[in-house]
Structure formats: C-alpha cells, structure tokens
Design a protein around this ligand. Sequence first.
Ligand SMILES: NC(=O)c1ccc[n+]([C@@H]2O[C@H](COP(=O)([O-])OP(=O)(O)OC[C@H]3O[C@@H](n4cnc5c(N)ncnc54)[C@H](O)[C@@H]3O)[C@@H](O)[C@H]2O)c1
Ligand SMILES: [Zn+2]
Length: 386
Amino acid sequence: VNSNQDQPDDGAVLRVAPPAQRSAGYDVIVRAGSLNAIGTVAAVVAPADRYAVLAPASVAALYGNAALGSLAEAGLGAELFTFADGEQQKTRQTWAELTDAMLERRLGRDSCIIALGGGVAGDIAGFVAATYMRGVPVLQVPTTLLAMLDAAVGGKTGIDTAAGKNLVGAFHPPAAVIMDPLVLRTLPVEELRSGVAEAIKHGAILDLAYFRWIEANADAILAADPAALQRLVARSVGLKARIVAEDPFEEGIRAILNFGHTVGHALERESGYSMRHGYAVAAGMAAEAGIGEAVGVTERGTAAQLATVLQRFGLPAAPGAGGAAASALLDGMRLDKKARRGLPRMTLLRAIGECAPDSTGSWTHEVPAETVVACLQGDARGTDAV
Ligand SMILES: NC(=O)c1ccc[n+]([C@@H]2O[C@H](COP(=O)([O-])OP(=O)(O)OC[C@H]3O[C@@H](n4cnc5c(N)ncnc54)[C@H](O)[C@@H]3O)[C@@H](O)[C@H]2O)c1
Ligand SMILES: [Zn+2]
C-alpha cells in the first residue's frame, strides 16, 4: 500500500500492488523408486525445520516407513500424522484434527507437509498446508493412479461439506510432486481402473495418439506393468501440466480438464459418493460425448469410440440412469461450479483428441436441459452413433 502521511484522513482509495506470482512452478518427478528420494527432494525444494507426513492409515501402513526413512536419511526431522481412510473423511473435522495435532506438536511456520496417499490425502493435506500458519509448503506424494494423473498436479486442495464436494478449499501449488509408479502395485485393481479413466480423458481432450496407445496397451496397464504405468503417468502428467501452466487459476482453457466431470460429479453425488471418481468420470465422458453429438458439436461416432475403450478397461460406458434418476442428476449439475444461470455447462469434444470451444470462445458449453436428460436416459437422439 502506498500511503501518504501528509494527506488528510478524509477517505481515500489506496492501491495494493498485485501479489507476486504465487508459484514459480514445480517439478513433477515420475520415476520407479522415487519414494526413497522424498528426503533429498524435500531438502532441496522445501527446506524446513520439521516435516509432517500426513497419510491415511492404510497408506501409512504400506509406505509411511519408507517416507520417514527417506527423510531421516537426508537428515530431516519428520513425524507421521494419520487419519482414517475414505472420502467420508475429507471433512472440516479431519482438517481440524490434523491441524490441531500439528499445533500440539508445535510445528512452526518453518515446517513442510508431505501429503502421502490418494486424492483424498492430497486434498486434505494440501488444504492443511494452505491454511497452517497461513500456509506452509506441501510436497505431494500421490500413491493412487488417480491422484498421480489428476489430483496431485494443479494445486487444488479442499474438503467436502454437506452441501457438496470440494466446496471449501484453496489453490496451493506444491513445492514438488513425487510419483513412484512402483507403489501402484499394491493398489486394488478398481482403483487402477478408476485412474485410467483420467488418462483416457487426457487422450480424448488433447491427444488422439495417446488415446490409441492406452487402448493398445490395456493389458499391460491393467497388470500394473511398471514400464506401461511409467509411460502412462508421464504422458498424462505432461498433458495436464501443459494446460495447468497455461491457466493456473482455471479461468479459461483449463476447463477442458473437466470433460466428463459435469455429469461425473452429479453421478458421484447421486451415489452418495460410493461411486469411485474415475468410474463416475468414465460414465460422464460417455454421456457428455453423447450430448455433444446430440447438439451437433461432437463428431458422430465419438461416443462409440470412447465407449469401446472404457469397456476395454472394465469402466462404465453409460450413465445408466432411469427417468427419475436423470432429472435428479440434472439438478445436481445445476449445482456444479461451472453452471451459469442455473443451466449446466460442460466441455464438449470436437472429436477424439480435440475439444470444441462454444460460439463465444468459452471452453464450456451451455446445453439444453432436455438434451442432457435425454442423453442420460440413453435416448436415441443422444446415442445413435453414426
Ligand atoms: N485436487 C484435485 O485436483 C483433484 C482431482 C481429482 C480428484 N480429487 C479428489 O481425489 C479424491 C479421490 O482420490 P483417489 O481416487 O485417489 O481416492 P482415495 O484417496 O480415497 O484412495 C483410494 C483408496 O486407495 C488406498 N490407497 C492409496 N494408495 C494406495 C496404494 N499405493 N496401495 C494400496 N492402497 C492405496 C487409499 O487408502 C484409499 O482407501 C476425491 O476426493 C477427489 O475429489 C482431487
Ligand atoms: Zn477427475
């Protein structure tokens, strides 16, 4: 603030200079065995007095020691804070418990948080980091495929409330992200499939060749073959990072990463969040491709191509909603953060590998409620590919 002592205090407009760029960018390390490099990476990108490893109980049991061991080996003081597993735990209460536990242990402003676990851990630990002492650095160490491909890169953190998912949170970019494809070998296959849905999304919105590669390598990916997963993670993260760098605060092109998510989030909500994120996104992509075809934006046959690949991975390829369910889903979409004027908005493909802006240049399209409901019900207008 530029204040001038000589001026009378009779009302003034003072200008606060724009804040410095909140993040100068960060490295994402994708390498087998990199879990053992947490300490050396932390020492370089986030030097701190103490490190708090925040992990759900299941992940702490599997990889907590490796993380703590790596930090100790680098001569860094660290302690582990755990919380119960599951989306139901992504709440203000867990945020408060973790924050209080850290305060009790007298971790100061010169601390750093290591978020170890799936997307739930990344979101909660990231939000604790965003708010602890007004913000301490966070190192994201995602251990699910979904968290590697989606949650850990981009800086979004937050919690769920009774009114909906992720409605409270902050942008808090990590100091670095460490992805070790070897940890995916202990991941239940449904969780692996759930993550693949996001990779299919990246191919569908940006990269036809990648889309084809995923389809051709389905067996190796589902078998958690380390080389296949290394390529999958690196390629997807590269695509997502490019978009996030272009639009860090989701004001434009970043919206395309929400392909499949307008319907997907509504499906998750309707299921009381018992449906896995990737499964909901898979069904959502199939539905939104159908909606795109119905409104004439998406090339005919795109929904069918998507469905083939989704089925190859055992993912849902249709929302499977009955009449009542379809209008309940539509109500859910009206609550979506992208909705405007009470109408759902969604990213639409032009074809596999490419998104289509609307007539105003926006990367989300307003779509008529009737079309959405018809496509959710599998109405012929939405699904008669070719
Ligand atoms: N911030 C973002 O940009 C963003 C993006 C996408 C999703 N998300 C959030 O991510 C969450 C979903 O993430 P998720 O699918 O990773 O779920 P999750 O975090 O609940 O993890 C799924 C399950 O796998 C277990 N697990 C994790 N790693 C394991 C491993 N290596 N081996 C064995 N078990 C392991 C977990 O303990 C958990 O039970 C949602 O809350 C969603 O809102 C956030
Ligand atoms: Zn997602």
